[in-house]
Design a protein around this ligand. Sequence first.
Ligand code: SAM
Ligand code: SF4
Length: 454
Amino acid sequence: MKADLINKYNVPGPRYTSYPTVPDWDANTMNAEVWKDTLLRFYHTDEGQAGISIYIHLPFCESLCTFCGCHKHITKQHTVEQPYINTVLKEWNLYLNLLGNRPIIKEIHLGGGTPTFFAPSELKRLITGILSQSILADDYEMSFEGHPNNTSYDHLKTLYDLGFRRVSFGVQDYAPKVQKAINRIQTFDTVQQVHQWARDIGYTSISHDLVFGLPHQTIDNVKDTIAKTIGLNPERLSFYSYAHVPWVKGVGQRGFNDEDIPKGAEKRRLYEAGKAAFLDNGYYEVGMDHFALESDHLFQALKHKTLHRNFMGYTTNTNKIMIGLGMSAISDSWTGFAQNEKSVKDYQKAIDRGELAVFKGHLLSSQDLMLRRHILNLMCHFETCWCDDILAHPMFEEILHKLKDMESDGLIQLSKTGIKVLPEGEKFVRNVCMCLDIRLLESQSSQPRFSMTI
Ligand SMILES: C[S@@+](CC[C@H](N)C(=O)[O-])C[C@H]1O[C@@H](n2cnc3c(N)ncnc32)[C@H](O)[C@@H]1O
Ligand code: SF4
């Protein structure tokens, strides 16, 4: 790996869980009424009627991990559980009234924050409430994020009995010095215990979240964490690049100094060490930051070119509609995005008034829809073809100029028909997408908005 390429391409850039990316949304194009209209239009197409995904954001955590970039609300008061679930169920009822028929549910994902902050009985009330007025597709998938420190056997069993077969455990790194810096003390024994419970109960896809680039992390730490992780044989792994975004409101990224964070080529070496360990042990790289065993659906989706990416990251589910419930949750109707209020209080107030809690969003233009397709192709399959109107776009020359620079660095191959990202260029796929990101090219913001691409 050439350090000069790392230096050249290590710039702030989006992770492309959506296009346009959230900082480039044009809030003037979306409000609750527009959102309802775009959702209904797509819902009543054949694709919309085939099934939808539901993402439920469960924001509470008992303590703050200082590296965390998620929307969370820190509290030790479990009295918040019941009113929060009541509000989510009310919000779902608002959607049911809007959709007008019993939707087919293909996917439910519980994310956070910490879903396992909630008692199993509250999670059961939530899921049965959602399912009681819907039709579950035959090939449905239900998954949740479990914090190893508070996931109980009862959580795993209750959710399994409701139909959950996939769980991801937040591990990050096992080194005590790293755990202390990120204020997240969690032993291997704890993770091993919850992992084994999930296995015994019958979960068929267990995933562990690891992060590289954390404060004080070394190659030896990464190798040790991965050796321990692989020893448990999870089907899937996320290996996230630490996103350092201290300017985002509500993010708790303190408790360590800037110089404690590995950066640039040093950070990339952590990824390469991890990747080598995964590949040596039978895992395949899927997209930008995931690894999976050959038997796992995620690898099969990559193989069969059905891999998809949305706000939850890479997924096997290709549904175009995702309804996000809960504080800060993002919904996607394919032609529009809408995000809920980002504080628990404002979210609850809106739902109590009988209104959807949409506070910002974006209506996609035909140009956005075209670029969304290209960026999705690149992020999922490392290639895209010029089989649409992009060749006639007034900015195509500028796009091509940027892409040619990446071609001369040996990272991509350009042809008359499209782009192919070469193996050496895969780590720079965010940069390839940035060449096509017209909204980014046009935006003049001098404010820090994105984490670094490497
Ligand atoms: C919502 S959390 C997982 C559930 C649970 N709260 C926990 O911590 O175990 C989802 C995952 O996002 C990842 N994550 C959070 N903040 C991040 C950041 N700043 N950069 C990269 N990954 C991050 C972590 O790997 C974390 O496990
Ligand atoms: S990493 Fe998980 S537990 Fe920690 S603050 Fe973020 S969401 Fe909460």
